[in-house]
Design a protein around this ligand. Structure first.
Ligand SMILES: CC(C)(COP(=O)(O)OP(=O)(O)OC[C@H]1O[C@@H](n2cnc3c(N)ncnc32)[C@H](O)[C@@H]1OP(=O)(O)O)[C@@H](O)C(=O)NCCC(=O)NCCS
Length: 175
């Protein structure tokens, strides 16, 4: 059966929270997800099989300094550039239930998140910057590579609840 991708609505929040609890190290409350659904700087997308939500993604338009946790220099060195655009598109979370995994839904949610970010982000002569914080115990390494993201060595992220640290992956699209 094929999946359907659509923007999340408020009725979807409990299912999104329960998927996040199962597959991600972070925990969202229903209120947090509702706020993101109603915030134009965020995109919350669902993927459904036969009407049942099997996965979701959350992405956000951000100030570059905040997105990179004030570590712009490390990122510029890793990417080999002297400047970065002022705003960045960040994929915050992608989660797919294991029983629906390996059927292309994660790739599609990621692609849709990038499309939202790409169409809303303001690029400049430095290009358009996309970022995501990878969870080392997750399974998105292959997915990120496929989407053109590269790891940023030397970048220090926050600690997840399982004790691992966020690893930054970036994709800079030059004009
Ligand atoms: C990462 C995730 C979203 C992928 O979802 P999916 O629907 O299985 O994705 P796809 O079917 O499009 O597969 C995309 C790629 O992800 C990788 N992948 C997916 N599941 C994997 C697993 N269990 N083990 C290792 N790699 C896996 C593969 O490289 C795959 O590429 P392939 O199809 O060429 O093998 C899903 O596995 C998941 O929710 N993982 C746990 C949470 C997580 O790590 N989220 C990302 C961090 S925010």
């Amino acid at each position: 059966m094929d999946f359907e991708i659509s923007d999340a609505v408020e009725d979807d929040v409990f299912r999104i929270c329960s998927i996040a609890k199962k597959v991600l190290p972070e925990f969202f409350t229903a209120d947090q997800v509702i706020r993101k659904i109603n915030d134009p700087y965020y995109s919350v997308i669902t993927g459904r099989y036969g009407g049942t939500i099997a996965g979701f993604s959350i992405s956000r338009l951000m100030d570059t300094n905040n997105a990179l946790y004030l570590q712009k220099r490390t990122v510029m060195e890793a990417l080999g550039v002297k400047h970065l655009p002022a705003s960045a598109g960040v994929i915050l979370s992608v989660g797919v239930l294991p029983e629906y995994a390996h059927r292309g839904l994660g790739t599609n949610l990621g692609k849709n998140a990038l499309e939202f970010l790409d169409s809303h982000i303001i690029g400049n002569e430095s290009g358009k910057l996309f970022a995501t914080y990878m969870w080392p115990n997750g399974t998105s390494g292959g997915l990120l590579k496929k989407m053109g993201f590269e790891p940023i060595p030397g970048w220090n992220g926050e600690q997840f609840k399982d004790g691992t640290r966020e690893q930054l992956y970036c994709k800079l699209v030059l004009p």
